[in-house]
Design a protein around this ligand. Sequence first.
Ligand SMILES: Cc1cc2nc3c(=O)[nH]c(=O)nc-3n(C[C@H](O)[C@H](O)[C@H](O)COP(=O)(O)OP(=O)(O)OC[C@H]3O[C@@H](n4cnc5c(N)ncnc54)[C@H](O)[C@@H]3O)c2cc1C
Length: 417
Amino acid sequence: MRYSAFSIVKQALSGNRNWAPAWREPQPKAHYDVIIVGGGAHGLATAYYLAKEFSTANIAVLEKSYIGSGNAGRNTTIIRSNYMLPGNSAFYELSLKLWEGLERELNYNAMVSQRGMVYLIHSDSQRDAMARAGNAMLMNGSDAELLDREQVRRLLPYLNYDHARFPILGAFVQRRAGTVRHDAVVWGYARAADSRGVDIIQDCEVTAIRRQDGLVTGVETSKGFIGCNKLALATAGNTSTVGRMAGLDLPIESHVLQAFVSEGLKPLIDHVIIYGTGGHFYISQSDKGGLVFGADLDGYSSYAQRGNLAAVESTMADGVALIPGLSRVRALRAWGGIMDMTMDGSPIIDRTPVDNLYLNGGWCYGGFKATPASGFCFAHLIARNEPHPVARLLRLDRFERGFPLDEGGKGPQPNLQ
Ligand SMILES: Cc1cc2nc3c(=O)[nH]c(=O)nc-3n(C[C@H](O)[C@H](O)[C@H](O)COP(=O)(O)OP(=O)(O)OC[C@H]3O[C@@H](n4cnc5c(N)ncnc54)[C@H](O)[C@@H]3O)c2cc1C
């Protein structure tokens, strides 16, 4: 069923009783050509592009809970492509371009909003670093601008300019950056993948990976054994535990990251604002009016999808330091997600030492914006057995080869990335 203004009117006239389910609830078959573990945004996008762009049939996505129950439905919805290093820049720029056409592609309203990202500058050295990153982005065909203090004040008059410990000196702006409704991305990819024959199987936890003669033959699940020719992992925060089922010891740690939403307010913040000096804080306003914000990792490894009060306190303190008016706004909800942190803060889309086992992970806290390119490049890898050109440096063995992609220059410390 195609969604359109006409279909909305037609369904309204019949009391909205005839909408078809957006995807089926199939029982697992005994065998698939490709099984993707993880029904987050990346797993579903991979299934969609495999079916559409690489004519792969007989695909299943196995999700241990409901689709979007992981980080895909927990993030702060920011998309951007302000990356500088070869290996990251072309990849994230491809992703932003795919976001720009995604709603038409999926025939689904994902509320893509290119409202612009304003990354505040608080020191001369930070301005130099931002200018360098911006120049690299311009040379790579992306968009970037530097604003001075007065231009920022005109754009965002409610920030703390005059009494801040870290005064605002200017900002780096990417106008094409913005937000996308995260649940809608999951549902849009699920619906589009399902319409191309992909079986999306929820409440189906993979508990073991069966191998014979060095190759994966299938997975043990809470719904029984399911065979496959190729197995692809897209399990984000659970990447290291699922990888271990195939004997892989991956360079990934799992850490908790929290996010928050306030009570609904009248329109106030019409950009994504990032504050990255002294503290770390990012904020935008949802279409419902809630302020959506977050900060750093809690700082310890965890598989709990909830965090601790110390991070709540420091997030609120950073927020109020930047926007003093926030002190009078009530926070409604807080939640956590499990982040698959790599040693260099960049992701992995690669084959593994097990020939028919493929890995997509290590997204740290930037994987939502990567969703379309991640799905596309992972599908390319699975179908053709070779990396897509823009993902060719996102390799698993880059750490042992001494070729990390440390965008932030933070060294091999997953909790700092
Ligand atoms: C609080 C927070 C804020 C964030 N903000 C941003 C942001 O603003 N911008 C941005 O770009 N990124 C952001 N991120 C990161 C982003 O959400 C993730 O990097 C991205 O969603 C990860 O990919 P995914 O969607 O496929 O992961 P998930 O949605 O986590 O998908 C993995 C799925 O695998 C399933 N799974 C795990 N183990 C098994 C198993 N054994 N069997 C079957 N299924 C299994 C899980 O249940 C889960 O549904 C944020 C994350 C959090 C938590």
